[in-house]
Design a protein around this ligand. Structure first.
Ligand code: NAD
Length: 264
């Protein structure tokens, strides 16, 4: 335990269960002394999220559907009422129709393209708009992305296009909010077996490939992501904004399958 986040308050969005990347980030922040609020989507997740909140002593818990502006407004109004201001925000939210996370990108439907962009891209800007107003002493915003934004990855399809737009929004938001001392960054996480990831075709193969071919020769965990998130959310990254930090065992630097990696 450390006190890197002592006296800081933040909202973590995108907690579904104890496999969620949001949970890895929440644990690291709580361990560093932060006070947290959680948002989750839909009553179905309430039962999963309540005991997690309890485990970290979190009492502010919101049902927030980011595809509904009124729902986002309500969550932020509640936070403002209770805390007045926040110091950090974590956006660990993404969604696409799993039928389009296989097959060809070219076959993406208009409806799913728009829905994926709304929930996985625009929602970060939408929450940044609300969070900016209550980050009155500056702060840090963080979103989660994936290498499929930069290079073509099997089955990632429309989600790769969405993550490319998300990474571009991080840069534009960093410029807009920088003058107010608000940092905006992303973590590009390597593949981790979560609920969202289970919608991606051949995900087990992708995990194995990354394990065998990344420089660290292992997959990352939600705790690896949590520790790097702590850097980006705390004063340790005081000179950093608009950054996309790869927490992927180094996979993004690799140009070719490792010679010692067995065939899978
Ligand atoms: P997860 O399923 O645990 O989290 C995804 C969250 O998005 C869930 O809590 C879900 O309820 C939420 N969500 C979906 N639609 C929503 C809506 N309309 N309103 C509010 N919330 C909504 O999976 P995860 O892997 O922890 O995903 C978190 C983030 O990390 C996502 O952006 C994902 O793309 C990204 N990411 C994941 C991986 C991976 O391999 N798991 C790798 C890189 C990036």
């Amino acid at each position: 335990s450390n006190q890197l986040m002592a006296g800081k308050r933040g909202l973590i969005m995108g907690l579904a269960n104890d496999k969620s990347i949001a949970w890895g980030v929440a644990k690291a922040c709580a361990d560093a002394g932060a006070e947290l609020a959680f948002s989750y989507m839909g009553d179905a997740f309430k039962k999963r999220v309540e005991p997690l909140a309890e485990q970290l002593g979190v009492t502010q818990l919101f049902d927030c559907d980011v595809s509904n502006p009124a729902s986002i407004d309500a969550a932020f109004a509640e936070i403002e009422k209770v805390w007045g201001k926040i110091d950090f925000l974590v956006h660990a939210i993404g969604f696409s129709d799993k039928n389009e996370l296989r097959g060809r990108y070219v076959d993406t439907s208009r409806d799913n393209f728009l829905m994926t962009m709304d929930i996985s891209v625009y929602s970060f800007t939408a929450v940044a708009q609300r969070a900016e107003k209550i980050m009155t002493d500056g702060g840090s915003m963080l979103t989660l992305t994936y290498y499929g934004a930069e290079q073509v990855m099997p089955h990632y399809n429309v989600m790769g296009v969405a993550k490319a737009a998300l990474e571009a929004s991080v840069k534009y938001l960093a410029e807009d909010l920088g003058k107010d001392g608000i940092h905006v960054n992303a973590i590009s996480a390597g593949p981790i077996k979560t609920l969202a990831a289970s919608g991606i075709g051949d995900f087990r193969y992708i995990l194995k490939w990354n394990e065998l071919n990344s420089p660290l020769r292992r997959n990352v965990t939600i705790d690896d992501v949590g520790k790097s998130a702590l850097y980006l959310l705390s004063d340790l990254s005081s000179g950093v904004t608009g950054e996309n930090l790869h927490v992927d065992s180094g996979y993004h630097i690799v140009g070719m399958k490792a010679v010692d990696a067995p065939d899978i």
